[in-house]
Design a protein around this ligand. Structure first.
Ligand code: SF4
Ligand code: SF4
Length: 371
């Protein structure tokens, strides 16, 4: 039996239609935003630590960032464009024990997460959409208690302040802005942040240091709209509107073979993808030969043995089949099942690929445009 975490009042966002997690006192026709001066950010983050373990983007190399604990010494790098690993690492760890077993006592389910709340600061809108996408999978027909326990203990403080680079195409994927899936969302509007309150928890966080927050005035609204207009012009013209249909038509395109000849099958693209969730389940037996554990670990559809079945049959035996499968799963099959693609346009796979395969270029090529 899996040990069940007691139900909490924290919603899992994929289960909602949006809005029902909002504090009823926050009426939609009234301002649910506040102003935070940039110089007060550190004091605010310090106060947020009272609500759980705070993580934020920290620089670990040239243009490289990771979501790490926010301590007293190293500051968060709110302006980072993307973290190397996405927030999924907090919900589906690279290795997760499912159960422990012994020849003497049989199987015992591993406990689900019961630790303190984890607060992720600095998530961009695309990563917030990615969390909602994972909810569709792990909180669907067969809810996953291990995922849900971690999800219910997760709080999100979103951030928008960085101009997109050439690898971003969240705008095309419809994920450059988030209206739900966060507790607070901060937008850089100059000397201040416009702070949107998305849940009762976010409201509590704001009220804990209400002295730092001001009312939204006309000048802030104008600054936000001016910034929003400017941001629209910073994205390129990647077009995905009818991509599922074009992919269906181009199922036998020579592009897939050309791609497979460049791809190393290393799996980096799936590891860094905020919505890739495929896993393998393996039994690891201890050196005593009688005890062990069953582990769920990240896997990748580009690995040769990913789809191999007992007896040796492999429905995707060559790399062309496998790389095509990755694109079709994200851009066609996920749309058929959930009404939206499972790519949020974060650009991580483009940045991580040692073969310099750009998803944006593939989309352009399949549409018959130069990349
Ligand atoms: S496929 Fe690439 S761009 Fe799309 S969500 Fe995954 S890592 Fe980001
Ligand atoms: S990161 Fe690039 S080379 Fe590696 S499996 Fe993905 S597409 Fe292929």
């Amino acid at each position: 039996m899996l040990v069940k975490r007691p139900p909490t009042d924290r919603p899992v966002f994929g289960q909602t239609t949006g809005g029902e997690h909002i504090n009823p006192s926050l009426q939609p026709d009234r301002a649910v935003s506040r102003i935070l001066r940039k110089k007060d950010m550190d004091a605010f983050l310090e106060s947020v630590k009272a609500f759980g373990s705070l993580y934020g983007p920290r620089q670990v190399g040239p243009n490289q960032y990771q979501l790490m604990p926010v301590g007293d010494v190293a500051p968060v790098s709110a302006e980072c464009r993307r973290t190397i690993l996405p927030p999924k690492k907090f919900l589906i760890p690279a290795r997760d024990d499912l159960c422990h077993f012994s020849a003497d006592t049989g199987y015992r389910a591993a406990e689900v997460y019961t630790g303190e709340r984890v607060i992720l600061f600095g998530l961009h809108a695309c990563d917030i959409h990615a969390l909602v996408t994972l909810d569709l999978v792990f909180n669907g027909k067969y809810p996953d208690p291990r995922y849900l326990a971690r999800r219910q203990a997760l709080a999100v403080i979103g951030f928008s302040g960085t101009a997109p680079d050439g690898n971003c195409f969240c705008h095309a994927m419809g994920t450059s802005h988030a209206d739900r899936g966060f507790d607070l969302f901060l937008t850089d509007i100059g000397d201040e942040y416009l702070v949107r309150i998305g849940s009762s928890l976010g409201d509590d966080m704001m009220r804990a240091r209400v002295d730092l927050f001001g009312q939204v005035e006309r000048e802030h609204i104008d600054a936000y709209k001016e910034r929003s207009d400017r941001r629209q012009t910073q994205f390129d013209d990647t077009v995905v509107e009818d991509l599922p249909q074009i992919l269906e038509l181009e199922h036998d395109s020579p592009i897939w073979r050309e791609l497979s000849e460049r791809c190393f099958g290393c799996g980096a693209c799936a590891a860094v993808c905020p919505t890739c969730y495929c896993y393998d389940v393996v039994d690891l037996v201890g050196t005593d030969g009688i005890t062990g554990r069953r582990v769920r670990q990240w896997d990748c559809c580009l690995f040769q043995n990913f789809a191999e079945m007992s007896g040796g049959f492999n429905p995707r035996p060559n790399r062309t089949d496998r790389i095509k499968h990755r694109y079709y799963h994200k851009q066609v099959h996920f749309v058929e099942r959930f009404g939206r693609p499972s790519c949020v346009g974060c650009g991580r796979c483009v940045e991580a690929c040692p073969a310099e395969i750009s998803l944006k270029d593939v989309i352009a090529a399949i549409r018959g445009r130069s990349g």
